[in-house]
Design a protein around this ligand. Structure first.
Ligand code: HEC
Length: 161
């Protein structure tokens, strides 16, 4: 029995297509790894390692505190609140409440900012290492402003203005 014309046509088309595929494997192409400029493994100048770098602790200055205040208001206050008590707007809308911020352990606060903790996501990609120390300094100032004891004041400061 003779094959039907449609089948013959189909086979011919398949042969043409297969031949076409074959040609494509032999065509000229750019090897993306051929040039040193594009080869993987070359670290471009100025690249910062994600989550690994720990900036040296900067001296606490007014400028650092102001920078920390800005960053804190942008990134932390939505959950930890302006006062650090943990009742920020996101928490009022149902996010788990964080404990009140304590600042006795600066390295701990720095590491939580970098890596996150529990349901809190990390900020390694959003807050630069120097700015994390600025936030740590601001959190410390926030604590001091709320828990200042008379004993912490100098005799001159204890005199009411
Ligand atoms: C989306 C809400 C959210 C944001 C934004 C957020 N946090 Fe948190 N944070 C939490 C929650 C919830 C916890 C408690 C996590 C746990 O222990 O499971 C927490 C825990 C912490 C802790 C540990 C507290 C402790 O004593 O255990 C620190 C420190 C902290 N956050 C600092 C920050 C700082 C600084 C920022 C801003 C850079 C920030 N957080 C941004 C929700 C948030």
């Amino acid at each position: 029995m003779m094959p039907r014309p449609a089948t013959v046509l189909g086979l011919a088309a398949a042969l043409v297509l297969i031949a076409g595929c074959d040609d494509m494997t032999k065509q000229k192409k750019q090897n993306p790894y051929a040039s040193r400029a594009t080869a993987p493994g070359e670290v471009p100048a100025g690249t910062v390692a994600y989550g690994e770098i720990s900036a040296p602790v900067p001296p606490v200055t007014m400028a650092l505190l102001e920078r920390g205040q800005t960053e804190y208001h942008v990134f932390c206050a939505p959950c930890h609140a302006e006062t650090g008590d943990g009742h920020g707007m996101i928490v009022q809308r149902g996010f788990p409440a964080p404990p009140p911020l304590a600042a006795e352990r600066p390295q701990f606060v720095y590491d939580v900012i970098t890596n996150g903790r529990g349901v809190m996501y990390g900020f390694a990609q959003r807050i630069a290492p120097e700015d994390r120390w600025a936030v740590v300094a601001y959190v410390h100032a926030l604590q001091r402003s709320q828990h200042m004891m008379v004993a912490d004041l100098t005799p001159e400061q204890r005199v009411a203005p």
